[in-house]
Design a protein around this ligand. Structure first.
Ligand code: 6PG
Length: 245
């Protein structure tokens, strides 16, 4: 049993990115199938690392087994671009997985990306509140079964970027973020929303992640990812290169 934060969370070190994707596909499917007392609520991560996982879940081996109809798919963050933009996380997940599997359309909760970003964030929070069945987060009753996260070179995770006001957000579940070191206005889950989870899983692969991982694992407060916590269990799923082994 792992801990609740980045320093104490369990570390699972595998050979490479492919092994991570295969492990996660199996683990996620088991978690989803084990959820019997309500929908399995998942926050998907974007970026390049989880792409292979999404392809595996859409493959014959998993597509017929994963409980698509009992899973509610949310996004951990999104770039404020149209859904068909190559920079859209929704676009990536749709292309790699969602359009190939029997998931009811109402179970896919895309972050809105038009109009006023703050209004879009509020709209997404309302969508989460509807599935949660309450307007405030209650300890012991997690919003998410699994929150998937990645890690950027600058220590960001989801779209919690260094130096941005969203890092101080303690009330809202979804917020805007305008990075000073990356393109696009973003929408992102906040620390308190991510905290309300049974599992937080960071997936990282490759030597380029080694430095950021070492800082976050040591709890360096300058890295936004260092402040991720969960009332459940935090798991690091990483390859040897990212782990520095
Ligand atoms: C995104 C993310 C982001 C990502 C990291 C790692 O939408 O980009 O959710 O937090 O996970 O930037 O990205 P890579 O997997 O591409 O290295």
């Amino acid at each position: 049993m792992g801990g609740h934060d980045v320093k104490t969370g369990e570390m699972i070190v595998l050979a490479d990115g492919e092994a991570i994707a295969q492990y996660m596909a199996k683990w996620l499917t088991e978690q989803a199938l084990a959820k019997k007392d309500g929908p399995f609520v998942l926050a998907l991560s974007g970026g390049s690392t989880p792409k292979r996982l999404y392809q595996i879940l859409a493959s014959e081996e998993y597509a017929g087994r994963f409980p698509w109809a009992n899973t509610q798919f949310f996004f951990g963050d999104e770039r404020f671009v149209p859904a068909d933009d190559p920079a859209s996380n929704y676009n990536m997940v749709e292309t790699e997985m969602l359009e190939h599997v029997p998931v009811p359309i109402g179970n896919i909760h895309r972050m809105p990306t038009s109009g006023d970003p703050a209004a879009a964030a509020a709209q997404y929070q309302a969508e989460l509140q509807k599935v949660y069945g309450a307007d405030t987060l209650q300890p012991g009753r997690p919003l998410f079964d699994v929150v998937m996260l990645g890690l950027g070179d600058n220590g960001h995770t989801a779209s919690l970027f260094p130096r941005q006001p969203v890092l101080q957000e303690r009330k809202l579940w979804v917020s805007t973020c305008v990075p000073d070191d990356a393109p696009h206005t973003r929408l992102t889950l906040t620390y308190p929303a991510i905290h309300s989870s049974r599992h937080v899983v960071f997936m990282l692969a490759g030597a380029a992640k080694k430095e950021a991982f070492a800082k976050v694992r040591a709890g360096d407060p300058a890295e936004p990812a260092s402040h991720i916590t969960t009332e459940g269990e935090l798991i690091w799923l990483l390859d040897k290169a990212a782990a520095g082994q």
